[in-house]
Structure formats: structure tokens, C-alpha cells
Design a protein around this ligand. Structure first.
Ligand code: C5P
Length: 239
């Protein structure tokens, strides 16, 4: 797809300008990173698989009334998205205790969280994405009170769509990270929804089908992502 200058190179995606000032090209690379970029690898096919899983999930969310930046897939590893003014905060929703929650509070991994937990983290690698609360977000002007309420509301709406979607595929949606941005006075879901940014456990065996395979050196990372795509019915040829 024709694109202009590289605007931003993240750890797994590169974002380019396009002819249309409102649209960006998002390129999903094969690069994978963990622990704030300390651990890195290139995993063949990951960019393509993630681009297609993201397109599938974003389309389902839009159909359910969650506004997103996603426009359409334009190449095996590329999608067009709306250009957002990003909120520099990550929203995490947890249905089951895992990861940093277990380390922080000493609760048992696998503990069911009902109602789900909503947490905020400042997007800052140098500071290791510290957890923050609503008051930090307001005091430092990262988002308004209305935006905060909307991020929580949309994060929970995402759970209402994706928890059953994954459950029907035999997958437990343990937790996930979302990012939001402003577009023409509205908040839209931005970034991506892929196994790089959520925890997915096989409902029967508990097998990890997400980036924890990479973090913990379990192997079969992309194979697990492909299994997620297969179970969701994602067409990896679609463009
Ligand atoms: O590490 P933690 O347990 O807080 O992560 C919660 C969820 O958010 C996990 O699914 C993780 O993959 C995701 N996450 C992310 N990017 C970050 C931090 C967490 O995608 N910077």
C-alpha cells in the first residue's frame, strides 16, 4: 500500500503517513519484545497473523458498537487506521489473576476476578509503565474526567464482546491491554488487539496461547497465535 514517511517505530509495529492526513498505515512486523524491550526476537509469520487477528477482533468490536481506529486490511502485514491523538495511558482489564497483578499483590495465579479489574498504567518504558490511578491521570492532564469514564466504559464493553467470543473458541480471556486516542472529539480504541497484548489460556488445559510463551521461553509462539486465529475462524488470506 502506498505510504509516506515513517512516523513512529514501536517494538512490534511501524506507523507510516499516507496521502490522507486522517489515515495512517500500520505495519505489523515479525519483531517481538518483552520486559520493556530487554528481550527481543523476530518470529516468522507473527506480523501477518497479528494483523489478521487484530482486523477480525476490531471488526467484531465495531459491529458491537465499540468505536475503533481500524479502517481495513490493505496487505498481509498492513492495515489502514484513523490517526488518533493518543492518551498516554494503558488500560488493562483482568478476568483472571496473572502477571503483574500476581507479583504485586501475591494473589494466586488463576484466581477468577468477578467483577473484572480495571487498571491504568502510564505508557513509559524508561519508568517500566508504572501503575497509576484516576487522580494521577487528572492531575497530570493525561485525560479528562469524561475521557477516563469513557475509557473504563469502552474497556468493559470490549470485555462484554470478547470474553464470550473467545469462550466460544475454547479460550479464556484472562486479561488484556487497550489504548485509546482522540479523533474528531471522540475517543476511539486504538493500537491493536492481538495475542501480544492479552493473555489467552486454553479453556481445558490452561495452555498459554499468547505472548507469555515468548516471555517464558515456552516455544511455539507463532504456532499458538495461529491456533487462536484458527479457533476464532480468522481468514489469514483475507485482505
Ligand atoms: O504485565 P501485566 O500482567 O500487567 O499485563 C496485563 C496484560 O496487559 C497482559 O495481557 C499483557 O500482555 C498486557 N500488556 C501489554 N503491554 C504492556 C503491559 C501489559 O500488552 N506494556
Amino acid at each position: 500500500y502506498p505510504h509516506g514517511a515513517e512516523l513512529y517505530r514501536g517494538k512490534a509495529k511501524t506507523v507510516y503517513a499516507t496521502d490522507d492526513a486522517d489515515l495512517l498505515l500500520m505495519h505489523y512486523r515479525d519483531d517481538t519484545s518483552a520486559f520493556d524491550g530487554e528481550k527481543k526476537a523476530a518470529l516468522a509469520r507473527k506480523g501477518m497473523v497479528n494483523n489478521h487477528i487484530n482486523a477480525f477482533v476490531m471488526t467484531r468490536l465495531a459491529q458491537a458498537g465499540v468505536p475503533t481506529h481500524f479502517v481495513r486490511i490493505v496487505g498481509p502485514q498492513e492495515s489502514l487506521v484513523r490517526r488518533l491523538d493518543m492518551v498516554p495511558v494503558e488500560c488493562v482489564v483482568r478476568n483472571v489473576a496473572a502477571g503483574s497483578l500476581v507479583r504485586r499483590l501475591g494473589v494466586t495465579e488463576g484466581l477468577e476476578l468477578d467483577p473484572p479489574l480495571f487498571e491504568l498504567f502510564l505508557k513509559n518504558d524508561a519508568l517500566h509503565d508504572p501503575m497509576v490511578n484516576d487522580d494521577h491521570v487528572l492531575a497530570f492532564g493525561w485525560a479528562s474526567a469524561a475521557e477516563l469514564r469513557r475509557m473504563r466504559e469502552l474497556s468493559m464493553a470490549v470485555n462484554g464482546v470478547l470474553k464470550p467470543l473467545f469462550a466460544d473458541a475454547g479460550i479464556t480471556l484472562v486479561d488484556y491491554k487497550l489504548e485509546f486516542g482522540r479523533y474528531r472529539g471522540e475517543l476511539l480504541l486504538g493500537d491493536e488487539f492481538t495475542p501480544d497484548g492479552c493473555r489467552l489460556w486454553d479453556a481445558g488445559s490452561g495452555e498459554r496461547l499468547d505472548k507469555d510463551r515468548f516471555r517464558r521461553d515456552l516455544g511455539g509462539v507463532v504456532e499458538a497465535y495461529e491456533e487462536v486465529a484458527r479457533r476464532l475462524g480468522v481468514d489469514l488470506q483475507a485482505q
